[in-house]
Design a protein around this ligand. Structure first.
Ligand code: X2X
Length: 345
């Protein structure tokens, strides 16, 4: 009798706590804090992407999903090319990551690193906002994460401490820091340079000490870090590649959220991505390109290539393009080329 009363009492208590309603069961599995990995922090558009996403999610879920930013890929000790594996394994709950850093694990992502594939911003949009982007998300899903939205790091321009780069002959022998993703070593080797793979964390001291002569990254990073103060006196805007960013969530974490919360996180990623792409392009899409003026104003020589000069770089890297076509997938590359040719300018 006493035993039965106790059982009834327990059942009543459990019902009162809402333990038998499915929503509450799922909520019981929510973590107090989710870890978001980023390479660059909030002063950059990339960092803004993460912050906007996290803030929107917190607000729209009334704090049910609380996200902390870990810039500098600090959850994996700065080893950015391991980020995708860490996401899949659950060391990282969510990320806004560059296609470059995940390319060693997802070979199709090398598409965006194929030299001179995307001539302008409309070309990036033609890929990410079209069928190629959808196909890429299917690939990412199969590779073990939940992709939600696109953002943008940007067109990567070459900077160095030695001299203006106008032709492949100028870059010959220069020690250039590249990300640890093999297509970059291939491209700079094809140009006659001496590429050195290192993480972004290691790149900054290497630039400061002169251990490397140059690097390639979107120009906002040049301005944010004041790269002229570490000897980077020459910038060439060649727009050879651009890396989109991808907003993703670990699969188990995703499955632990209610469908309503999943919808909120997805929509927040789409909204943040859209807003961030505008931030990333600011100063570079206007006719007078104020970012270039700012950089020139810091005593840096900014070189814009004529179409004929640019063509020399296209030709020199064409064998790399052809070599990587089969790795990325000839069909996917053909689809991308068609989408770009048909883009609205
Ligand atoms: O390491 C880089 O160059 C950076 C910050 O652009 C990436 O993470 C791809």
């Amino acid at each position: 009798m006493k035993f039965r009363r106790t059982l009834l009492g327990l059942a009543a208590a459990a019902t009162a706590l809402g333990m038998f309603s499915t929503g509450a069961m799922a909520q019981a599995a929510y973590k107090p804090e989710y870890k978001m990995s980023l390479v660059l922090g909030p002063p950059t558009p990339w960092g803004q992407a993460g912050k906007i996403w996290a803030d929107l999610v917190k607000e729209r879920t009334q704090g049910r999903i609380n996200i902390k930013l870990y810039p500098g890929v600090s959850l994996i000790q700065g080893d950015q090319t391991r980020e995708f594996s860490a996401l899949r394994q659950g060391v990282i709950d969510m990320a806004v990551g560059s296609t470059i850093n995940w390319s060693p694990q997802v070979k199709q992502l090398n598409l965006f690193s194929m030299p001179f594939l995307m001539p302008d911003y409309a070309a990036i949009d033609a890929l990410t906002q079209g069928d190629v982007g959808k196909e890429m998300f299917k690939t990412l899903d199969k590779a073990g994460v939940v992709p939600l939205a696109w953002g943008e790091n940007g067109f990567r321009e070459i900077t160095n401490s030695k001299k203006p780069i106008k032709s492949p002959a100028d870059i010959k022998g220069m020690k250039i820091r590249v990300v640890g993703s093999p297509i970059y070593s291939d491209m700079f080797t094809a140009l006659g340079a001496n590429p050195t793979q290192m993480s972004w964390a290691d790149a900054q001291p290497a630039l400061a000490s002169g251990a490397v002569d140059g690097q390639e990254n979107p120009l906002f990073l040049f301005t944010v870090l004041k790269m002229q103060t570490v000897g980077q006196k020459f910038v060439t805007t060649w727009g050879y590649v651009a890396d989109p960013l991808v907003f993703v969530v670990n699969k188990e974490i995703w499955a632990s959220w209610t469908p309503a919360d999943q919808a909120i996180v997805r929509q927040a990623a789409l909204d943040a991505g859209k807003e961030e792409i505008v931030i990333a392009r600011k100063g570079l899409v206007e006719a007078d390109k104020p970012v270039l003026k700012d950089i020139a104003g810091m005593g840096v020589t900014v070189t814009s290539l004529t179409p004929a000069e640019r063509d020399e770089f296209v030709k020199a890297t064409r064998p790399v393009y052809d070599k990587w076509k089969s790795t990325v997938g000839a069909d996917l590359v053909a689809k991308a080329e068609q989408a770009i040719a048909a883009r609205k300018k």
